[in-house]
Design a protein around this ligand. Sequence first.
Ligand code: ZN
Length: 379
Amino acid sequence: MTTTVLSSPARYVQGAGAIADLAEHVGKLGGTPLVVSDDTVWGIVGEAVGRSFEAAGTPLVRVGFGRFATPGAVDELKERIEADGHDVIVGVGGGSTIDAAKAAGHLAGIRWASVPTAASSDAPTSALSVIYSEEGEFLEYRFFPRNPDLVLIDTQLVANAPVQFLQAGIGDALATWIEARAARRGQGSTMAGGRPTHAGTALAELSWKLLHENALLALDAVRAKVVTPALEAVVEANTLLSGLGFESGGLAAAHAIHNGLTAAPQTHGLTHGQKVNLGSIAQLVLEGAPAEEIEEFIVFTTQVGLPNSLTEVGLTPEHTAELRAVAEAATAEGETIHNMPFPVTADLVVQALVAVEGISRRIRAEYGLDAPELHVAEH
Ligand SMILES: [Zn+2]
C-alpha cells in the first residue's frame, strides 16, 4: 500500500521579541529543561533567555556545544539528560546545535524544542537530524518518530544576525520546491516516510513564491538590522514552509549533491545553504529544465548572493577527482537523488556539475552580473 504522510511540529511561534516567551512555551513541555547553546549564541541570547526563565520560575540549566552534530556530541548530551533528570531539551542556535538536541532528546526519550537564532536552514522543524563527522563530512540522516514539540524563532534575532545566515537559509529554501516537484514526478518516498502529500508540495511552492517576492527586501532589512513584513515572510519561508515542504514534499538531487559536496574538503568552510544552492542549479541542469528557468535561477541567486558556479565553492571543471568523489557520494545507495523521476548515475552528476560552470559564467556576463569568484567562508 502506498500512503502519503504529512509530518509537522506541534507548535510554531515566530515574531520580533518572541524569545521573551520561550519559558512559557517550554513550560508546556516539561519542568526541568536542558538548554543547549554554543558560547557565541549564548553571548547574544543568554540574557533574554535568562529573563524569560526567571519570570516563569523555571530553573535554567545550559550546556555548551561544539561545531558539528557528531555521534559523540549527541551521546554526551544524552548522558547529561539522564544524569540530571531533564524532561525537555531545548536547542538554541544554528542547525547543528538543534540537530544534536533533537537526536539526544530522542535517545533519552524526552521531548525536544528548536529555537533557531537565524533563518539559515530548514532543519529546525523536521523530525530528523543530519549527523556529521568531526571534520564536517556528512555521515547519516537520523529519523525520529516525532517532530519538535515547539519551534520558536525570534525575528529580531534573525535581523541582528549576519546577512550570510539569511542568504544561506534562502538557498536551502529555494531548493525545496525544485526538489519537491521532482519528487512528486518520481516514485520515491519523502523524509516523512510516505509519498508526498499535496500539502507538502504546495507549501514547497509557496516558499518559492514568497522568496521570489521578498528575499531581496528581507536581505535589505537584515543589513539594516530591522524587522519588516518582507523579513517575516522570508523567515517563515526558510523555516516553516521549507521545513514542511522538504520533509513532506520530498528531497531529490539538490540535497544529495550537497551531501556529495561535503566529500570535497574545498567546500568545508561553506554554509549548508551555499552548497545546497550549487546542488539546485546542478539539479536543474541534470533534469533538463527550460533555459529560461535556469537563466532566472542564476540571475536571482546571484542577486541574493548565493553561489551558482563551481568556482564559488572552491572547485573547477578540472578538479576531476573531486568532482568524481562528489558525484559518487551524491549517488550512494539510499541518497535522495534516487527520488528523481529518472535513473541518475555518478557520470550524469559529474557532467551536470561541469556544465554549471560555463552556464553560470555566460548568463552572469549577459546580465552584467559579477563573474564568479571564490566565496570566502564566514564563521
Ligand atoms: Zn537543507
